[in-house]
Design a protein around this ligand. Structure first.
Ligand code: SF4
Length: 299
């Protein structure tokens, strides 16, 4: 086991990307001058490109993609400053030219976990073989099941089921699900799908308002909170609580952790943001850690 060490206000955090084990030594007081400068986790939209047309998509619709060499150098910088994981998304990250090379370079040059989120419809046996050994967790987006999925995503449910099986063969698997008026009634079926697929995590993403949609309604948010309180889910259950703090229960992973210490996001134009929904951010010049500092001071 190769432990990676992060020093935070909550204590000394040990992480092993292969097993996914986290240990927090919260009895240790870390002096403020030694705190890790990087966020615990960073997501990166490699490209805005995607061939699907989900009605609730919040990815920007202008063409943009990051230079591979920039992302690779950010990874080394973040790794040295206590970041534990880097997650690639988009758009659709498997459309990004050099995607396999990038995952390999980050896995090789850092001790961070490499993860990505995909719609799954470009996943093939060849791609999974190329990625084997370079990724430590994969998230597959599945909104609703069966006919609901096919109506929302415009793709075959059988195909995404096959993609789940291929992805599970190379790393632990998580299922990401947008929760909205179409999918709120299918959460039990989604849990069954995730369990059948061998997923170790279900991440619920309440629909966010965009120019095209109004986001999850208050009544569906209440229904979601009730479902979480009353359902036994046989895997780790996670949720994006953006805008829903009052109606949806949750626990802090790291007690007292500031949001900008936990997580930041880089969009496909190279702008660092508090999260992928944030309207403003800090353009990254040479150093991503400098941009982290500027973003935190502006908050
Ligand atoms: S698969 Fe993801 S990025 Fe593509 S259109 Fe749907 S929500 Fe947007």
């Amino acid at each position: 086991m190769r432990w990676k060490i992060r020093l935070s206000e909550a204590g000394v955090h040990l992480f092993d990307r292969v097993s996914g084990v986290n240990v927090l030594l919260d009895e240790v007081d870390v002096p403020s001058g030694q705190l890790s400068r990087a966020p615990r986790y960073l997501s990166i939209a490699l490209t805005n490109a995607c061939e699907l047309r989900c009605g609730y998509c919040y990815a920007p619709k202008y063409a943009a993609a990051l230079e591979l060499s920039r992302v690779a150098s950010w990874a080394v910088e973040l790794d040295g400053a206590g970041c534990l994981g880097m997650g690639f998304g988009g758009g659709e990250p498997t459309l990004y030219r050099g995607f396999v090379e990038l995952c390999g370079r980050v896995a090789e040059s850092t001790s961070m976990a490499v993860t990505f989120t995909t719609h799954g419809h470009r996943v093939s046996p060849g791609l999974t073989e190329e990625l084997r050994g370079s990724v430590h967790f994969v998230r597959l987006s599945v909104d609703g099941v069966g006919a609901t999925y096919e109506r929302l995503r415009g793709r075959s449910f059988a195909a995404v089921t096959s993609a789940a099986s291929l992805l599970r063969s190379i790393s632990p698997l998580g299922i990401n699900a947008v929760v909205n008026k179409d999918t709120i009634g299918e959460l039990d079926d989604l849990v069954a799908f995730a369990a059948d697929a061998g997923a170790s995590e279900l991440l619920l993403l309440p629909e966010q308002p965009t120019a095209a949609t109004s986001g999850i309604s208050n009544s569906d948010a209440e229904r979601l909170g009730q479902w979480i309180r009353t359902t036994n889910v046989p895997m780790q259950l996670a949720i994006s609580r953006t805008g829903l703090d009052a109606s949806v229960p949750g626990v802090e992973i790291i007690p007292g952790e500031h949001p900008s210490d936990a997580y930041l996001h880089v969009d496909a134009g190279g702008v660092l943001r508090a999260n992928s929904y944030a309207q403003t951010g800090t353009p990254i010049a040479d150093s991503i850690l400098d941009a982290v500092q500027v973003l935190r001071e502006a908050a």
